[in-house]
Ligand binder design. Structure first.
Ligand code: PHB
Ligand code: FE
Length: 328
């Protein structure tokens, strides 16, 4: 039976596996023990529910991120910063040519609340969609419990810089951030600071490698420093980025440790463009017209450098700015 929740979310009573279904416009989402199903007027799609929840978790936590969050090659969201498109087959040449693609636009608050409630209902006790495969339990089976602590964990977004008094704190054993098993060799020494009198509030430094070695999660860029629109968003990676990110601006990647492999495709058609292997010290600029998915054979540290200027998507899509930052 269809129910309107107090939040306005369109849902149903639990099915025989214990999970509610959700509707957004003409899209319908259901889950069973293994799979998430997405239906729209011209099609139906199935994904493994662990992959679906890992993508959903990031879309919710990142408030729909920059540009496009593809859950896979078929379904995803486009952020218009105030409204969000939910689409199926829109960025997939085969669906487009067969005219089976579908998209609808929603106020951000409506799709966000629906996604949050679906994530909450479909995440079982013991499964953490942000954790690496060997550091979490299973997403599968009939509904059992919840993992609200994991799915609503605080997202680090510094206003100036991590470790400045009043801003995001450093991580340590006591605040629930032990050093990850792959980073036991990372020095935990903090830099010494000697600001001149009167400049105590303007000089700061911290050990970013130590900070990242204590991350609980994977594929989740944190804002650790802000200078105008320039955001340093480092992250620790292991296994596969659970979304395929379609850019609406250039992103710079600086590989801080270990190795990542990036599959780079055309943003709109999904056709292959490049495979990029990045080793510690490598720097790459990802163009504004691509989509990409990263692979990490072991836990690795990556610095994602974002330009948050809200004027960029329109300047690039109208051709006033190029989609690459440098011509070589
Ligand atoms: C990206 O899409 O650029 C991205 C997303 C999550 C990460 C790293 C990179 O952890
Ligand atoms: Fe990206």
């Amino acid at each position: 039976m269809s129910i309107t929740a107090p939040s306005g979310v369109q849902t149903t009573d639990p099915n025989k596996h214990g999970y509610r279904s959700y509707s957004l416009g003409e899209f319908k989402f259901t889950r069973d023990e293994y799979f998430a199903y997405v239906e729209w007027p011209t099609g139906k799609h199935v994904m493994s529910v662990d992959a679906f929840l890992k993508a959903l978790q990031r879309d919710v936590a990142w408030q729909f991120f920059y540009g496009i969050v593809n859950f896979d090659g078929v379904v995803g969201t486009v952020n218009h910063y105030g409204t969000v498109d939910l689409f199926a087959g829109r960025y997939n040449d085969v669906y487009r040519k067969a005219e089976l693609d579908h998209q609808e636009n929603f106020e951000t608050s409506i799709i966000k609340t629906t996604f949050e409630e679906m994530l909450d209902d479909w995440t079982n006790d013991g499964f953490d969609p942000f954790a690496s495969p060997t550091e979490t339990g299973s997403a599968f089976g009939a509904k059992h419990g919840e993992n609200r602590a994991a799915i609503t964990r605080h997202r680090v977004t510094a206003t100036r810089m991590v470790s400045i008094p009043g801003d995001e704190p450093l991580r340590n054993d006591d605040n629930g951030h032990p050093v990850n098993r792959h980073f036991l060799d990372v020095s935990q020494e903090e830099p010494e600071k000697y600001p001149e009198p009167g400049f105590e509030d303007e000089i700061n430094s911290f050990n970013l490698f130590a900070y990242l070695s204590r991350s609980q999660v994977t594929w989740n860029p944190s804002v650790v420093s802000v200078c105008g629109d320039s955001l340093y968003c480092p992250t620790t990676e292991e296994y596969i980025l659970p979304i395929i990110h379609g850019n609406d601006r250039v992103e710079w990647f600086i590989q801080l440790s270990d190795e990542l492999i990036w599959q780079v495709e055309d943003r709109d058609a999904g056709t292959a463009r490049a495979k990029v292997t990045m080793r510690a010290g490598d720097v790459a600029a990802m163009p504004a017209d691509i989509r990409h998915q990263g692979y990490a054979p072991k836990r690795a540290m990556l610095l994602v450098w974002e330009n948050a200027d809200p004027a960029l998507p329109a300047l690039i899509s109208s051709g006033q700015l190029p989609s690459v930052p440098v011509e070589l």
